[in-house]
Design a protein around this ligand. Structure first.
Ligand code: C2E
Ligand code: MG
Ligand code: MG
Ligand code: MG
Length: 280
């Protein structure tokens, strides 16, 4: 049944990414070429501590500048890479790009800065995952960053070894965030089953704050649950001061969104940190 669901799911993904990505036929070769030709780069979006608005860490977000199509958003090419079996080489490339940026960033950002990376469930479940993570850590600056992997709810679906992989990540000092919480399969069960450190509240919830929808009681309940389970909470997609105030009032520990900063290139990220330090 799991296998069947998996197959149906990948079919759905390829159909969807086909729609999103192609006007004409696009062979998977393009991603590999894009890697070789340096068309990918990484931007870093700050996360701030809720009580003082000071930067706490960054999330690495992959960007693809296609030679003819221009900027292709990650929501389109990640699912495409997953469907084409290219997510592992693409994530290995992400690791390489982040390690390159980190040589510069470690001289500029405070020690202990949180560095989050998004992982695909397909990579997490793959045989090369631990090897890839170890190889990455070997090329990262020693002892400067605290690492977080962001994983969406569907990573856990049908994945028998998820618990084992999470335990291995913890042994190796990685924290784990459940990403886009509230958008995927009903995941309350996973919150008890797996040792998450952070719960990232999906942008959809944040956007509905202050509007006349029924979402706020659900969000209230999720935040209460997170507190009971001792999880730190990150609200994503915070765009207004009202949203931030509402979230801080309810004990959300970290905020992320355009209100604070858009995702930035390394040099601009460093300026952002300097400006914030000057303000504090
Ligand atoms: P995510 O992990 O939930 O990342 C947050 C997304 O929300 C980012 O979109 C970010 O630019 C956007 N965002 C942040 N603050 C705001 C805001 O205030 N308002 C609005 N409207 N949007 C905001 P982005 O960069 O387009 O990435 C989309 C998704 O693609 C990510 O969602 C993540 O799931 C995936 N992704 C990005 N980079 C990678 C990667 O390297 N590997 C994998 N596996 N997935 C990635
Ligand atoms: Mg994320
Ligand atoms: Mg997210
Ligand atoms: Mg999201």
């Amino acid at each position: 049944l799991t296998l069947l669901t998996g197959i149906l799911f990948s079919l759905l993904i390829s159909a969807l990414s086909g729609l999103l990505l192609t006007r004409h036929q696009r062979p998977g070769k393009e991603i590999m070429q894009g890697i070789k030709r340096g068309q990918f780069h990484v931007e870093y979006q700050p996360l701030v501590t809720a009580h003082d608005g000071q930067p706490y860490g960054v999330e690495a977000l992959l960007r693809w500048t296609h030679p003819t199509e221009g900027m292709i958003p990650p929501d389109a090419f990640i699912s495409y890479a997953e469907a084409q079996n290219l997510i592992i080489p693409l994530t290995q490339h992400l690791f390489t790009l982040v390690a390159r940026d980190a040589q510069f960033l470690c001289k500029q950002l405070p020690r202990g800065t949180r560095l989050s990376l998004n992982l695909s469930p397909l990579h997490l479940a793959s045989e090369s995952f631990r090897r890839d993570v170890q190889a990455w850590i070997n090329i990262m600056p020693t002892d400067h960053f605290n690492y977080v992997f962001e994983i969406t709810e569907r990573s856990m679906v049908g994945e028998k070894s998820a618990g084992e992989i999470f335990a291995w990540l913890h042994e190796n000092n990685f924290k784990i965030a459940i990403d886009d919480f509230g958008t995927g399969h009903s995941a309350l069960i996973y919150l008890e089953k797996y040792p998450f450190d952070y719960l990232k509240i999906d942008r959809g919830f944040v956007q509905s704050i202050g509007t006349e929808t029924v979402t706020s009681p659900v969000l209230d309940a999720v935040l209460l649950l997170a507190k009971k389970l001792n999880l730190k909470t990150v609200a994503e997609g915070v765009e207004t001061g009202d949203q931030a105030a509402w979230l801080v009032n309810r004990g959300v520990t970290h905020l992320q969104g355009y209100l604070f900063s858009r995702p930035l290139r390394p040099e601009n990220l460093v300026s952002y940190y300097q400006r914030q330090r000057a303000l504090s």
